[in-house]
Design a protein. Structure first.
Length: 293
């Protein structure tokens, strides 16, 4: 019984680590769609770019420096993409933005394959974060615990930005009623650019964190994007805490299913999404969203 409990706790921690990665990506997806009406299928590409930048920057900056520099550089790329591509599609048919971001994802993946090659590139866990931490009978990865702590700090900063600042109040008003914000003479375009930069920066941060665990390869963005969409759908668009709650639930469910029935672990989160949608189509804490005009 003690052994089973120990294994369960370890798997839950591992599941929460993956849920935390999904959370960073899902928050950005939810923000971009809520304010701009764009389903960003290229979000996973920014995640992959962040991971590759880690490999490029680490020899000069180390892992800690890459953890800061890579998301900032990807955020700058996101600002350029928003300015020259996304901004043209805010008022267009959503299908067009869907095709745009799908094409952008394909271009980014092929560009990474041409520059770095198709085979996965290994990236070692930093020496300072290697090893395990023993808490009684529990054996926990030092690196995974450090990443969980980093995600908590990042999410807390995002919450503070959107809940306790003037910028956040304007963005939340733009999500709920963009016509009212426009009537007050406030243009949402610069806010949208900032939201896109922040969102893709969070995705790149997730890529940096997962690089030592999964390896770095061109298709890694497409692999993680589906799980992030599941988190967004379960949590509900427009809800910060809905996405956080959904990431926790997805992580716990996946971790426990690895212990109970490993072959069903990945499918379990999709089954969970189907059940949530049947019971509450808007997601756990979803809100009514008016399309950005």
């Amino acid at each position: 019984m003690v052994l089973l409990l120990t294994l369960a706790v370890e798997q839950v921690v591992n599941g929460l680590f993956l849920g935390a990665i999904y959370l960073l990506i899902a928050l950005g997806l939810s923000l971009i769609f809520s304010l701009g009406g764009i389903v960003n299928l290229a979000h996973g590409a920014f995640y992959a770019i962040g991971a590759y930048l880690t490999i490029v920057l680490s020899p000069a900056l180390g892992f800690g420096g890459s953890l800061v520099a890579a998301p900032v550089l990807v955020a700058v790329i996101g600002l350029l993409v928003e300015r020259f591509l996304f901004r043209r599609f805010y008022r267009a048919d959503p299908i067009l933005s869907l095709l745009l971001t799908f094409g952008l994802a394909m271009v980014a993946e092929q560009a990474l394959r041409m520059i770095f090659g198709a085979p996965p590139l290994p990236y070692a866990i930093p020496q300072a974060l290697r090893g395990q931490i023993f808490v009684g009978d529990f054996v926990l990865s030092r690196y995974r615990l450090a990443i969980l702590a980093a995600v908590i700090v990042a999410v807390a900063c995002v919450w503070f930005l959107f809940q306790r600042t003037t910028f956040g109040r304007v963005v939340r008003a733009g999500v709920q009623n963009p016509d009212m914000v426009a009537a007050l003479g406030i243009s949402l375009k610069p806010y949208m650019a900032t939201v896109v930069g922040l969102s893709v920066g969070l995705a790149a941060l997730a890529g940096v964190m997962l690089a030592p665990i999964s390896g770095v390869h061109p298709a890694m963005g497409a692999e993680v994007l589906t799980g992030a969409f599941v988190v967004v759908v379960i949590g509900g668009l427009g809800s910060f805490w809905g996405v956080v709650l959904a990431a926790l639930i997805v992580g716990i469910v996946r971790g426990l299913m690895v212990l109970v029935y490993p072959g069903f672990a990945e499918a379990a989160i999709y089954a969970l999404m189907a059940v949530i949608l049947l019971v509450r189509p808007r997601g756990l804490l979803g809100e009514r969203i008016l399309r950005f005009e």
